[in-house]
Design a protein around this ligand. Structure first.
Ligand code: NI
Length: 191
């Protein structure tokens, strides 16, 4: 699985690490994650036309919130903000955050079928077939044009998070039944 980020046709992976360091310098703030049934998760998000301090703060909070629950991605509507912002980090170390503003999928190819979950659907997972490769055009938090592409989990995260921006939840794409990932715990509690 590979992740590549370009800015103006130049490979620019250091951007990711700069962002991570900048975020660490700010104070940590967690936002409440909206869960399925909340109407805000079904709404379309608006594009950002300029970066404002409150969006910088939002992005920092989204990263903190995602890392706090070991998520691999989070979209602004999941914290109640109807703006086209997503954060993703599929690295095991949690040191490779990607911030995407106004993201647009420009290419999809291949196919992957696997389990998917969502921070807004706690305790559940389901099998979803998605493209195995995705290429996305977006702006970074400095409102500079970037292109990101990747395969496997990163491609899945891109498609899942960008779906959130148009009010689409993965549960509408699940093949078969939603699985209960907390089944064992609950059975123990009941007995
Ligand atoms: Ni989600």
């Amino acid at each position: 699985m590979g992740i590549k980020i370009w800015k103006e046709s130049v490979l620019k992976t250091d951007m990711v690490f700069e962002n991570a360091l900048e975020q660490e310098a700010e104070s940590m703030a967690l936002r409440t994650i909206r869960t399925i049934g909340d109407e805000i998760l079904t709404k379309k998000c608006r594009k950002l036309t300029e970066m404002k301090p409150r969006y910088q703060e939002l992005i920092g909070d989204m990263l903190d919130t995602m890392y706090n629950v070991q998520g691999v991605g989070l979209a602004a509507p999941q914290v109640g903000i109807l703006k086209q912002i997503v954060v993703i980090d599929v690295s095991e170390e949690g040191d490779s955050s990607v911030i995407l503003i106004n993201p647009e999928i420009v290419e999809l190819s291949g196919e992957q079928t696997g389990q998917e979950g969502c921070l807004s659907v706690p305790g559940k997972a389901g099998v979803v077939t998605r493209a195995n490769y995705a290429r996305v055009k977006a702006l970074n938090e400095k409102m500079e044009e970037i292109v990101v592409e990747g395969e496997g989990l990163f491609a899945r995260a891109l498609q899942h998070e960008i779906d959130h921006l148009s009010g689409v939840m993965y549960v509408s794409k699940v093949q078969g039944q939603l699985l209960d990932t907390r089944q064992e715990e609950e059975q123990e509690e009941q007995s």
